[in-house]
Design a protein around this ligand. Structure first.
Ligand SMILES: C[S@@+](CC[C@H](N)C(=O)[O-])C[C@H]1O[C@@H](n2cnc3c(N)ncnc32)[C@H](O)[C@@H]1O
Length: 418
């Protein structure tokens, strides 16, 4: 037992009557700023290897967009049209605030960069995958730099130097983009750390955009939905170590930030019924925003009479309005339910956007862009994939350690306690 107790990843050990060792991981190894953080870096490395492999495989297939290839692969099973619509959707969201200096954390092979380059001033991308960064570098875009760095390196020397080179000395980004990456983050602490530094970094009236978050409140439903898909194979995703995020958690981080941050939770306004349109959402954080507060009328969906969509269309043309408690047709079968896509079609050009209720994920809302969900000072529900990773990884690691320490000995079963 002492050989296990002494291991850096182990907090405590006790022996079960069966002889198995019951191990509690050391939470110090999970701390971003604690030492050692071996478990955490192995977690990040796992994702690095996975994406390196995925990007390389896509390249071998000679697919133009390696990221698109990843998304259309058998794992996600999204059609190419769907992925193109998804790209248009996030690009529109980013351009909503007309950014000039963009920092993208977890930039991949530059899928979004390619769509944004002609419409922004300059760009710095950071990614843990060397292969992804090399792909961006090989495009030799003069106003874009890419560096091999984790999101947690946001205020590292190399990201600062890259920003200084393309943005100019002392310039800060007016948009920090973290799109379709937070699911790879190991823990809430990691997300909090990245987010608070992104909020500190961005220029006044700038934005931090968290795209494609997986909704914690819909996590069980999402996993059940995947299991129903026979082609994907039941249970395949049960052990997947992805971070799910409750939008109220981001509102909480916004509240405890040192700057004034408004928060908008956006529904995915795309056609189709798939993993993205059902279970993902985007968040826009407006940092020290200059926009003035609008006076809005507020009503519930059920207060609109007759054809509610037509009524909303008329109402939206008159002026800013907030409509709440709209059942999302992809997640709620009530007869008056409607999709985010149908709502967004009638809101075009009105300055109103389709939001997701921060409290009830199956409900949509219509709101002026600009963000104003209530803040909270108590910690909302949170997800900790690193703990799932530890439960999976520790037994094999400790058995390896014991086999090395006591060659030939019979190894005990190892059970990890949360
Ligand atoms: C699904 S791709 C998204 C790429 C790009 N943001 C987009 O929307 O097309 C996820 C990327 O995040 C990177 N990644 C994963 N964990 C990361 C971390 N902790 N820090 C920085 N990048 C990370 C992966 O290497 C991969 O390139």
């Amino acid at each position: 037992m002492s050989a296990v107790v002494g291991h850096a990843w182990v907090g405590s050990v006790r022996r079960a009557p069966s002889g198995a060792l019951i191990v509690r991981p050391s939470f110090d190894t999970m701390l971003l700023n604690g030492r050692p953080w071996a478990l955490l870096s192995e977690y990040v490395e796992n994702w690095t290897n996975l994406y390196d492999w995925e990007f390389r495989a896509a390249d071998l297939d000679e697919v133009a967009d390696a990221d698109i290839a990843g998304l259309t692969s058998t794992i996600r099973k999204l059609s190419e049209n769907c992925v193109r619509e998804w790209v248009d959707n996030i690009v529109t969201l980013i351009l909503e605030s007309r950014p000039s200096r963009l920092l993208e954390l977890g930039c991949g092979t530059g899928l979004l960069l390619r769509h944004l380059y002609d419409r922004i001033g300059c760009y710095v991308g950071a990614d843990v995958s060397r292969y992804a960064v090399d792909r961006i570098r090989s495009a030799r875009l003069p106003r874009a730099h890419a560096v091999i760095a984790g999101a947690h390196d946001i205020d590292s020397g190399q990201i600062k130097r890259a920003m200084s080179d393309v943005m100019g000395a002392g310039q800060r980004p007016d948009c920090v983009l973290i799109n379709n990456v937070a699911q790879c983050f190991p823990s809430t602490e990691y997300l909090a750390s990245v987010l608070s530094r992104a909020i500190d970094l961005v220029e006044d009236d700038g934005r931090v955009i968290l795209g494609d978050l997986r909704h914690l409140g819909l996590c069980d439903e999402y996993l059940d939905w995947l299991v129903l898909d026979e082609e994907l194979g039941s249970g395949r995703f049960r052990n997947e170590e992805e971070l799910f995020v409750d939008p109220r958690l981001i509102a909480y981080f916004a509240e405890i930030a040192d700057r004034e941050v408004k928060v908008s939770v956006r529904a995915k306004c795309m056609s189709g019924d798939n993993e993205i349109t059902r279970y993902r959402y985007d968040m826009v954080l407006y940092v020290d925003a200059k926009n003035e507060k609008l006076t809005t009328r507020e009503m519930r969906w059920e207060d609109l009479s007759g054809d509610r969509l037509a009524a909303l269309s008329l109402l939206a043309k008159v002026g800013p309005v907030v409509v709440t408690e709209i059942p999302n047709a992809l997640l709620d079968s009530r007869p008056d339910s409607v999709t985010a896509n149908a709502l967004s079609a009638v809101l075009e050009g009105t300055g109103l956007v389709v939001a997701m209720s921060h409290e009830t994920p199956t409900r949509l809302e219509v709101r002026p862009a600009g963000g104003d969900i209530p803040k909270t000072r108590s910690m909302p529900p949170r997800d900790e994939p690193l703990k799932r990773f530890a439960a999976r990884r520790l037994p094999e690691l400790l058995r390896g350690h014991l086999a090395e320490t006591f060659p030939g000995a019979r190894l005990p079963e190892i059970i990890v306690e949360p």
